[in-house]
Design a protein around this ligand. Structure first.
Ligand SMILES: *Cc1c(COP(=O)(O)O)cnc(C)c1O
Length: 226
């Protein structure tokens, strides 16, 4: 199967999961995760109609996305990997959505750049639902205070919450927890679900799923989610 065939198959599976959850087609956005793949590999998927992409590294993205964005209007690029504050200016300049806000320092740096560049980048807060020490994200019990700080002290409108459940656990309870935290805090969107579990995430209310290998094929282990 080509990447475009695989992309079509993922879209069909998303539609089937929307049907199962009695949700409208289009209620779940597909973020095609293109990390580690070059512009040549991504172009056919853009040509087939995909417009929303996810990348986990600012520097890698700077090497391919300015050109791809210039070629095709309407691309929406999501940062789904950890962000350092010294990269905040570059991230705000290139990305349309930053899904990995998880520390006050980075929230402040991003808020300042949004203001300085006058670029209304959309923000998600990453929650470490499994409290994994090696993984990014705030602790679930910090969500209310952190979201309030982003909104009230920094003027950021928090559009969504994002999580990456522990690899070896049943993801359902993690997705349920993220949905509960979003509802409690008046946060609208839920970024959850990857190649191995996106149908489960849709059943728990995902509004976007981040799917890489099911579309683009296998990657280096070094590029696994954190
Ligand atoms: C790589 C990555 C994905 C995609 O993972 P697949 O299993 O290849 O679909 C999703 N989310 C994040 C944060 C990632 O880093």
């Amino acid at each position: 199967m080509t990447r475009v065939d695989q992309w079509n198959e993922v879209l069909s599976r998303i539609h089937a999961a929307e049907d199962d959850g009695r949700r409208a087609h289009g209620s779940v956005a597909l973020v095609a995760v293109s990390k580690t793949f070059d512009a040549e590999a991504i172009r056919p998927v853009i040509a087939a109609g995909q417009r929303v992409f996810g990348e986990n590294r600012v520097q890698e993205s700077q090497g391919k996305w300015p050109e791809l964005k210039a070629e095709t209007p309407g691309i929406e690029l999501h940062l789904i990997g950890p962000l350092q504050s010294n990269k905040a200016a570059d991230a705000v300049a290139l990305f349309d959505v930053i899904e990995t806000i998880d520390r006050e320092k980075i929230a402040r740096a991003v808020a300042a750049e949004i203001k300085r560049q006058e670029k209304p980048v959309r923000i998600y807060v990453q929650v470490n639902t499994g409290l994994e020490p090696q993984k990014a994200g705030i602790a679930p019990e910090e969500t209310a205070a952190f979201v309030a700080m982003c909104r009230d002290a920094l003027g950021l409108s928090v559009e969504g919450l994002m999580c990456i459940p522990p690899a070896e656990e049943n993801p359902g309870p993690h997705f349920a927890l993220l949905a509960k935290l979003a509802a409690e805090n008046g946060v609208e969107k839920l970024s959850m679900g990857m190649s191995g579990d996106f149908e489960t995430a849709i059943a728990f209310g995902a509004t976007s799923v981040r799917v890489g290998s099911a579309i683009f094929g296998l990657r280096d282990v070094a590029a696994q989610p954190v």
